[in-house]
Ligand binder design. Structure first.
Ligand code: 7RM
Length: 632
């Protein structure tokens, strides 16, 4: 494989080539795929509108590259090895041949329901092989999938369905997550009460929970599969045809539907997968990310299949039935490459080594981290106890909007330092800017992380609202994609991501907007106002701290707190529940009515020694009161 880098010198050469001649560079990488028709032009772009097009006028289908092209030489190799929530249940293996058969059959199921190229399909499913099959079947017939994380509530689900007018929802009766069962179909039924755009619901049986099937709307996965053929040629897609929409939270407004298109996404995710993880043919690869998040799209499903890897797909959670589960799965399936989030590492670290010791982790070769900054202590624990000091750790920085990993070491090739994402991948041109927009050149500088040149898998638009895309990512600094992250380039030129500079939180690796949580809290009639900030949390990375004003007496706070938690669970999902709620008489506001979050963040962090200038506040005494108050 020509795209595979194997020494640091080669990385430097490839990087140089990719900057001097991006079009030539990416055209060379794109030669590794099956195209129905090749491109006329590699790149057309401006960051002003923005307008970004890669591999113009080429025709392809991503599933032909994920599946069909592997069949001749690895049809019998496992594509997906599924590990259920309950370890006593049997794991299931789908070979590439079987995956092909299932995807083609389900493509026909979708077609029979009238799904056509360009239609949007919502996937609200547990981590089961059928979820990947559903995504791939959409891609095969040219439908656009919108996967909604199965931990999101009714309200979040209906918002997302309506925003992009999904016509079909694919779900299951329920799901298992640790000791819990969640009745997914019930949530879908409730959501659909306000979603007139949905024509059909396809229901997979997973938990055996009884469900109501609405006549003329709801059908069972298995029955439909039995009545459909396994032949389905792949739809011819243009490079820039939409592949999927994935909703993500920002600092303001409702979650945005990030749009990814076909060819660039395919080329970049594959290239980054191969190089970051140094994937070798035959490797067993396990990414623990749920398909509801971008990591689950790019690195649980698409990239490893594009590379012809054997994927482990895990339905459960790290601590069920006990904190040894990850390590037992690694031993059981002889995992070579393991990719997870710092929050999982920290929680398992806290459980102690007795849960690690019983397992043989000798199959591991590469370890990955994603989703939030990994602190030095967790990095070292991961390195020593899981990698046994033998496995390079790749701390991969990227975003829903970037589609693929942009800054990361290449395993075993780039030197690593705890908590550093190290260096940009070929094709990626990061810059650091100060608040006035000046580029900070040279080393040992810290600023806002931007990317100044397009890469193939970048966001194209936000669904139904291109202006919002422009404003959110391309307006802050002219001719730059703004990431929303603060970053340091150290004296050696290596990158260290510091964290968000906006009002976006990463809580246990889940991306949440503080504004969304505030909206949910304000939904309680007794709440007057609220302000949500993040604070350092030993396991979750960030915890959620809510300051709330209300017109209730103190003895009623406990009941109101329950009401708030209930509302947040119903409107967003349990992942957004505040860890701490503090009732206050007033919020610190400037004369123009803006809440001074800087002060609240300091208080939430427990650092009240120096709150900075509070003289511009309307009522500085509220700060004293908040400082002296307590959260529960
Ligand atoms: C992949 C993903 C994106 C935000 C991003 C960062 C943070 C992600 C790292 C990281 C430090 C990392 N997509 N982030 N990876 N911070 N080091 N290796 O997480 O859209 O859900 O979130 O996550 O703040 O902007 S995401």
């Amino acid at each position: 494989m020509t795209a595979r880098i194997s020494t640091f010198e080669q990385y430097q050469e490839e990087y140089k080539k990719s900057i001097e001649d991006p079009e030539g560079f990416w055209a060379g990488i794109a030669e590794n795929f099956t195209w129905k028709k090749k491109w006329d032009k590699v790149l057309e772009w401006n960051f002003k509108e923005p307008n970004i097009k890669w591999f113009l006028n080429a025709k392809l289908n991503i599933t032909e590259n994920c599946i069909d092209r592997h069949l001749a030489h690895k049809g019998h190799q496992p594509a997906i090895v599924w590990e259920p929530n309950d370890p006593s249940e049997k794991s299931i293996t789908l070979t590439y041949n079987q995956l092909h058969e299932q995807v083609c059959t389900f493509s026909n199921v979708l077609k029979k329901q009238g799904v056509k190229k360009g239609d949007r399909v919502c996937i609200y499913m547990p981590m089961v092989p059928e979820a990947a099959v559903a995504m791939l079947a959409c891609a095969r017939i040219g439908a656009v999938h919108s996967v909604v994380f199965a931990g999101f509530s009714t309200q979040s689900l209906s918002d997302r369905i309506n925003d992009c007018n999904c016509e079909v929802v694919i779900t299951s009766d329920g799901l298992f997550r640790g000791a819990k069962t969640v009745e997914l179909k019930k949530i879908v039924d409730e959501a659909l009460a306000v979603c007139p755009c949905v024509r059909n619901v396809i229901v997979l049986k997973r938990t055996g929970t009884p469900v109501e099937m609405k006549e003329g709307r709801d059908i069972y996965w298995t029955e439909e599969m039995q009545n459909s053929s396994g032949d389905c040629s792949s739809e011819e897609m243009d490079s820039e045809d939409m592949l999927y929409i994935l909703y993500t939270s920002g600092s303001t407004g409702k979650p945005k539907g990030v749009v990814h298109t076909t060819a660039g996404y395919m080329v970049y995710t594959w290239y980054s997968f191969l190089n970051v993880f140094q994937y070798n043919d035959g490797d067993v690869y396990w990414c623990t990310a749920d398909i509801g998040w971008v990591t689950g799209h790019s690195y649980t499903v698409y990239a490893p299949l594009l590379a012809g890897a054997t994927i482990v797909m895990f339905e459960g959670i790290p601590v069920y039935p006990d904190a040894g589960r990850f390590w037992s799965v690694i031993e059981k399936h002889e995992v070579n490459i393991f990719y997870t989030a710092p929050t999982a590492i920290r929680s398992l670290m806290a459980s102690g080594l007795d849960f690690v010791k019983p397992y043989d982790l000798g199959s591991l070769r590469v370890l990955g981290s994603v989703g939030e900054p990994i602190n030095e202590e967790a990095w070292i624990w991961y390195n020593e106890n899981i990698g046994k000091n033998q496995c390079p750790i790749v701390d991969t920085w990227w975003q829903t909007e970037t589609g693929g990993i942009l800054i990361s070491p290449l395993a075993g090739i780039t030197e690593t330092k705890p908590s550093y994402a190290m260096l940009p991948l070929p094709g990626v041109q990061p810059v650091l800017l100060d608040s006035t927009g000046h580029e900070l050149t040279g080393n040992a500088v810290e600023g806002n992380l931007c990317i100044k040149f397009p890469w193939p898998s970048m966001i194209r638009t936000t669904y139904g609202d291109h202006e919002r895309c422009r404003q959110t990512y391309f307006d802050t600094y002219p001719n730059m994609y703004f990431t929303g992250d603060g970053c340091r380039r150290d004296a050696d030129g290596d990158y260290r991501i510091i964290g968000r500079v906006d009002d976006v939180l990463k809580v246990s690796g889940h991306r949440l907007g503080t504004a969304d949580i505030e909206d949910a809290i304000n939904h309680c009639p007794e709440v007057v106002e609220s302000a949500v900030v993040g604070y350092p949390h030993p396991v979750k990375g960030q915890g959620i701290y809510a300051f709330v004003t209300c017109d209730k007496a103190e003895h009623e706070y406990a009941a109101l707190k329950q009401d708030i938690l209930h509302n947040v669970t119903n409107l967003i999902g349990p992942i957004a529940k505040p860890d701490k709620i503090q009732f206050v008489r007033g919020l610190p506001k400037t004369r123009s009515g803006k809440i001074m979050r800087r002060i609240l963040r300091k208080i939430a962090e427990g650092d009240t020694s120096n709150l900075g200038d509070t003289t511009t506040l309307i009522d500085p005494t509220v700060v004293e009161e908040i400082k002296n108050g307590v959260a529960s």
